[in-house]
Ligand binder design. Structure first.
Ligand SMILES: [Zn+2]
Length: 430
């Protein structure tokens, strides 16, 4: 009898609480007073209301045109510009670069790696980045983290992952400790299917040399056409997309013909290859920060060895020229950094600095903003869910302190970060 009463006493107040919450519009938030930036270049919505119910945007419009339910939580965003959550398409949450850092992390366990990646994911979200694509991490810790974030066990951006990047013997990244190499169409097909069955939505292939390792010439086509064709075909049959680390025009041209979806870096891309990309709708994720002056202090801070800095500088000029030409040719460009999204760069985060470089290379600020939002969503084929502030889409919302369409440096000052209707950062005066 006592036991039953005790249970009743415990349960009753909890039941009452739930009831009270639902009665006053549970999980409803209204962001009021801010200016909603129009990604199509039309006039912004000033003094706007974004009504968020649960995870999604329920309504958006000028004050007065959207009814705010009684009991909704209000966020006063006056004096800020509201944009979709930023997206960064080239992130390795477990990134280890040559030098001091790789020595420190030489014996990192998989458990320690997962925790380090979880911390980097949390910081990315704090920096306003609500979606990331991971083109290659270790031990499938990326896929475990993706699931943990989806279940609410960890805080971080939405993750689209490639699992482990596929490299050939002697190629970029092939000499890292514990790295499996794959040679010939059969091994590559098997490896691609292994990533997909583990949860990868992308496959990343390394078809030329890279900056961060001594695995082959940056501009040489190292993977054979047979290998490239086989792996792209195998991935597409499962609905996965394929992106290629490539500095090389020759390797890129082969891969585009094989149906490649996206090119990473493109250090040495020429106009002919870029035109081919434009024609086929192949995407470019520039990661321009890695080869440009803004990141020099970063590489010095992490103690990069001289050979690394030399390789980086040797690629810098042609990488920049390739980006300028890609913008001129109207190639699809999605923002990616190959650095942690929140990594400090030149007084900004890597993500904000990357966008600023796009403007310096020829984009308008609006184009650069799109490359970090709606364009990236198109690359992911997720534009029905994310990438713009529209009714029905996930409430992934960032407030910045000035107009990013006037000056992209606005992305440096973030005042509010909401992902899926939940606030993760808020420095607005309430
Ligand atoms: Zn990378």
């Amino acid at each position: 009898m006592n036991k039953i009463r005790l249970r009743f006493n415990l349960v009753f107040p909890m039941f009452l609480m739930v009831f009270v919450q639902t009665a006053v519009a549970a999980g409803t938030t209204a962001i009021v007073g801010g200016t909603v930036v129009d990604l199509d270049g039309k006039s912004p919505i000033e003094n706007a209301v974004i009504l968020v119910e649960g995870e999604r945007i329920a309504a958006i419009g000028k004050a007065g045109s959207v009814k705010i339910p009684d009991g909704a939580e209000l966020i006063d965003a006056k004096g800020t510009w509201l944009i979709p959550g930023l997206m960064n398409m080239h992130v390795h949450l477990g990134l280890v670069l040559p030098g001091k850092q790789s020595a420190e992390l030489a014996n990192e366990s998989e458990a320690a790696l997962a925790l380090r990646m979880a911390a980097a994911a949390r910081e990315s979200l704090q920096a306003g980045v609500t979606t990331i694509r991971l083109p290659g991490d270790r031990a499938h810790a990326d896929l475990a983290l993706m699931r943990a974030i989806n279940k609410g066990q960890a805080d971080g951006p939405r993750i689209f992952s490639a699992g482990e990047a596929l490299t050939i013997t002697g190629g970029h990244g092939s000499k890292k400790d514990g790295k499996t190499n794959y040679d010939g169409p059969y091994e590559l097909v098997k490896a691609a299917r292994t990533q997909i069955s583990a949860g990868a939505k992308w496959i990343k292939i390394l078809i030329s040399g890279g900056i961060a390792t001594d695995g082959g010439d940056l501009a040489a086509a190292l993977m054979t056409p047979e290998e490239i064709h086989a792996v792209i075909d195998a991935a597409h049959r499962f609905g996965a997309k394929v992106t290629a680390h490539s500095g090389s025009p020759a390797a890129t041209a082969i891969a585009i013909d094989a149906g490649l979806d996206c090119v990473e870096h493109g250090y040495f891309l020429d106009r002919k290859t870029l035109r081919k990309m434009k024609e086929r709708g192949t995407w470019l994720v520039p990661t321009i920060v890695v080869s440009q002056p803004a990141t020099q202090p970063f590489f010095e801070r992490i103690g990069s060895p001289p050979w690394y800095l030399e390789r980086r500088n040797s690629a810098g000029k042609s990488h920049w020229r390739a980006l300028e030409m890609a913008i001129e040719e109207g190639v699809n460009i999605a923002l990616g950094t190959d650095q942690l999204p929140a990594e400090p760069n030149d007084g900004a985060t890597a993500t904000a600095r990357e966008a600023q470089y796009y403007v310096e290379a020829g984009m308008t600020p609006l184009q650069a903003l799109r490359s970090a939002t709606i364009e990236t969503a198109r690359l992911l084929e997720a534009e029905a869910e994310i990438g713009s502030l529209e009714t029905g889409k996930f409430a992934d919302i960032v407030a910045v302190e000035s107009d990013p369409v006037k000056d992209i440096k606005a992305l440096r000052n973030i005042a509010l970060v909401m992902k899926g209707g939940k606030v993760y950062r808020n420095s607005l005066e309430q």
